[in-house]
Design a protein around this ligand. Structure first.
Ligand SMILES: C[S@@+](CC[C@H](N)C(=O)[O-])C[C@H]1O[C@@H](n2cnc3c(N)ncnc32)[C@H](O)[C@@H]1O
Length: 283
């Protein structure tokens, strides 16, 4: 386990993932019913962009720093940026929320969070970062076991984020397996899988497996900051979202052209489509 998210915190991929998550929480909050948030590969929860790891790569400069400095941003970015403003009240961008902190700040009193991190040191930091919030349970186990260990949740609504480091060759396949397990246990769960856009051949296989998965419906969202023609670099990233809340597709369709322009490095692009469309009732 060599991957440490601190090197990449706040980069373009985090912006896509965290902005989308913020909209999922906002759309879920339209109803009072509680939800459970499950984060199988949670990281440390909160990042210091001035610390050695983030400043060594400077990836956040091409990510969150661009939104932070933008004079006008679309309204759907407001919740996400508000969380970051609250972490940096003096107006200097220094602290960046990982998915657990973002979820914690955007969830309500009735919601519950389960954050899992296997790396012993990062897990300990996650515990320290979350310990004061009784709604958050931190687990230090195997992320791939989260669907079977924690689902179905006692809340009828659940969001599962699957965000592995992709250090091992089989992690795309494991994501599909975890998706099937989650949907098998909780058919209505919102499952979000993050993936890197690097190797087109691997991705083609991944899309085929996803299309054959048991998700009732599956939305694909991708954001490129470089043309996807070089398998050795991160050209962009994607999310597949099972059971996206109503309204998310339209929001993302209006946001992505702006975001692709805001985060473009050599060339920005985006796509949004359904890998599995909802089957008409009765068919
Ligand atoms: C991409 S980072 C997570 C970032 C986080 N979700 C966020 O958005 O802020 C992936 C994390 O998974 C952890 N990890 C790696 N293998 C794992 C496993 N088998 N089970 C659980 N966590 C794992 C890594 O230590 C790393 O912190």
């Amino acid at each position: 386990m060599n991957y440490r998210h601190a090197f990449h915190a706040g980069n373009h991929a985090d912006v896509l993932k965290h902005l989308t998550l913020s909209r999922i929480f906002a759309l879920l909050a339209k109803k009072d019913a509680p939800y459970a948030y499950l984060d199988s590969h949670a990281g440390v929860g909160l990042y210091d962009l001035a610390a050695d790891q983030a400043s060594r790569t400077g990836e956040f400069l091409q990510g969150i720093a661009r939104l932070w400095q933008a004079s006008v941003v679309p309204q759907v970015c407001a919740d996400y940026l508000r969380v970051i403003h609250e972490l940096n009240p003096d107006g200097q961008l220094r602290y960046y929320p990982g998915s657990p902190e973002l979820a914690r700040q955007l969830s309500r009193a009735q919601d519950r969070l389960h954050c899992n991190e296997k790396h012993p040191q990062d897990g300990q930091l996650l515990k320290e970062n979350m310990h004061f919030d009784h709604r958050v349970a931190v687990h230090l186990g195997e992320g791939w076991h989260v669907p079977r260990a924690l689902m179905p949740t006692r809340e009828k609504r659940a969001v599962l984020l699957i965000d592995p480091p992709f250090e091992q060759a089989d992690e795309l396949e494991r994501c599909v397996k975890a998706l099937n397990e989650a949907i098998g246990r909780m058919r209505q769960a919102i499952v979000v899988i993050w993936y890197p856009i690097k190797d087109a051949r691997q991705l083609k296989r991944f899309y085929n497996q996803l299309t054959g998965s048991s998700a009732p419906k599956l939305l694909r969202v991708e954001l490129l900051v470089h043309p996807a023609d070089d398998a050795t670099r991160l050209s962009g990233s994607g999310l597949v979202i099972a059971n996206p809340p109503w309204g998310l597709e339209d929001e993302l369709r209006s946001l992505l052209p702006w975001l692709a322009q805001a985060l473009a490095q050599s060339a920005g692009d985006w796509r949004l489509d359904w890998l599995i469309e909802e089957k008409p009732t009765g068919s």
